[in-house]
Design a protein around this ligand. Structure first.
Ligand SMILES: Cc1cc2nc3c(=O)[nH]c(=O)nc-3n(C[C@H](O)[C@H](O)[C@H](O)COP(=O)(O)OP(=O)(O)OC[C@H]3O[C@@H](n4cnc5c(N)ncnc54)[C@H](O)[C@@H]3O)c2cc1C
Length: 437
């Protein structure tokens, strides 16, 4: 039997592929629910992800899997609108004339920004089209130095810095230029008149999780089962120790795929990964009325959240029984952070007063419900030298033969962690098992 540690999308994807190779598989998930970071809440209609989710056009593997799982007719591509909140004004930023009208960047700033997004290096006055091709060349370049060198101070101060602070808090200066460039390339198809095309599954991404559970078979998945040890015999993996409410069990395994954060890999095998992770506090607010007409609102003012994401400005509220669903989200780099220390009531109060400060007409009485999710490890800090720290899929040389890693510290989750990356990691581990076991 092959043991899979973790019933998030990566673990379920690995199990699904291993079964296709006629392997006997068992998934062990510590929580009572499956899905990990892609878990959902109920609404008056379709379920909604606890943490906001959409796909980019550049992500192809998940689209193939959605086809394979028979859900292809429900994958929808819609334009997601972006805006910037500065000095009490929401500035739409999708269409060329909206960007031209944005008053906080000069025409020169916008030109330099546009060139970078189009992959054109115009430094020295001579356009070059291949400067940004090899991301490895920018792995050790600090993001601030790169932006100042390749765009303008205005772009840095008034465009990139607020975004970097929202994404990485006080760790933003550690981030590499390679991450920024990778992120620009990662973003997929943009229509000059309509904005960026984003993917969503009718009924939510929980349906991918459900389809994977059906395919793997509930009888092959154990929830409430925390793996506490991976025993190695000689050079190879031998067994897993699993704690459940019924007690501690040992399961003999031919191989193990660890599909969790790398700290769990370290507890189980001693393999250390140097990547730092940040946490997220993310609430869904169900409101009677739409707050803005934007999907993704970046905030360049003082606010307790880094962004407000109004899901029902992307997917129609009718899908949710008419509820308008708004995410308030903040990434947390330090567990002493005030927000992290607050209980759910405290977080709700922080969000509501933050929204009132930005939108004085907002009426908190119009909120039907708020659900808050928090997780101390949700996203890597993509700092300089990151690619040297990723955990290999096959840990045969580093830990023992038969140990594989499909969690968020794997190569597939760069330059952005995603459902697609998790599937690629799970699939790659299954392929490596097939090649080596
Ligand atoms: C705020 C936020 C926004 C995001 N936005 C997007 C987006 O727009 N688009 C997108 O594609 N992706 C997005 N993602 C990323 C996506 O959710 C993740 O990349 C993906 O869900 C990771 O899946 P995973 O299986 O690798 O890890 P996880 O989902 O973390 O699953 C790991 C599982 O392992 C279990 N586990 C841990 N320890 C043990 C143990 N000892 N024994 C047994 N089980 C254990 C955990 O309980 C968990 O269920 C977002 C994530 C967050 C947090």
């Amino acid at each position: 039997m092959i043991g899979v540690v973790g019933g998030g999308i990566a673990g379920l994807a690995a199990a699904h592929r291993l079964q296709k190779q006629d392997r006997e598989v068992r998934v062990f998930e510590a929580n009572t629910d499956l899905g990990g970071l892609a878990a959902t809440y109920e609404t008056a209609g379709d379920p909604i992800e606890k943490f906001y989710h959409h796909l980019s056009k550049s992500e192809e593997t998940i689209v193939e899997w959605i086809d394979e799982l028979g859900l292809e007719s429900d994958l929808e591509w819609r334009y997601g609108s972006d805006a910037y909140y500065v000095d009490s004004v929401v500035h739409p930023m999708d269409k060329p004339w909206e960007i031209l009208a944005y008053p906080h960047l000069s025409l020169y700033d916008k030109f330099r920004l546009g060139m970078l997004v189009l992959d054109v290096d115009i430094r020295g006055g001579i356009p070059s089209f291949d400067t940004y091709e090899r991301l490895e060349d920018f792995e050790d370049v600090p993001v601030k130095e790169f932006i100042l060198d390749h765009t303008s101070r205005g772009c840095f101060e008034r465009f990139f810095k607020p975004l970097l602070e929202a994404k990485f808090g006080d760790r933003w200066e550690d981030v590499s230029a390679a991450w920024l460039l990778g992120r620009v390339k990662f973003r997929g198809e943009r229509d000059i008149l309509k904005g960026e095309l984003l993917g969503y599954l009718d009924g939510g991404f929980g349906r991918v999780i459900d389809a994977l559970i059906d395919s793997v078979g509930r009888e092959n998945i154990v929830t409430g089962a925390r793996v506490t040890d991976v025993a190695i015999d000689g050079a190879g993996v031998e067994s897993l120790t699993v704690e459940t409410a019924a007690g501690v069990q040992t399961h003999d395994v031919e191989a193990v795929v660890v599909a969790t954060m790398p700290d769990v890999l370290e507890q189980l095998t001693g393999y250390t990964c140097e990547i730092d992770f940040q946490g997220t506090v993310c609430s869904v607010l169900s409101i009677e009325e739409s707050l803005t007409d934007t999907y993704w609102l970046n905030i360049a003012d003082e606010a307790p959240f880094g962004a407000l994401i109004e899901h029902t400005n992307y997917v129609p509220p009718e899908r949710y029984g008419g509820e308008h669903l708004l995410y308030a989200v903040k990434y947390v780099q330090d567990m002493d952070d005030d927000l992290w220390q607050q209980d759910d009531d405290g977080v709700e109060e922080t969000w509501l007063s933050g929204i009132e400060d930005l939108f004085p007409e907002f009426d908190r009485e119009s909120v039907n419900w708020i659900e808050t999710a928090r997780n101390p490890k949700t996203a890597p800090i993509y700092e300089r030298g990151y690619l040297d720290m990723v955990v290999p899929y096959d840990l045969g040389d580093d830990v023992a033969e038969g140990v594989y890693y499909a969690g968020m510290a794997s190569q597939a989750q760069y330059p952005e962690r995603s459902l697609n990356g998790a599937i690629v990691a799970g699939q790659t581990c299954a392929e490596r098992v097939q090649e080596t076991q």
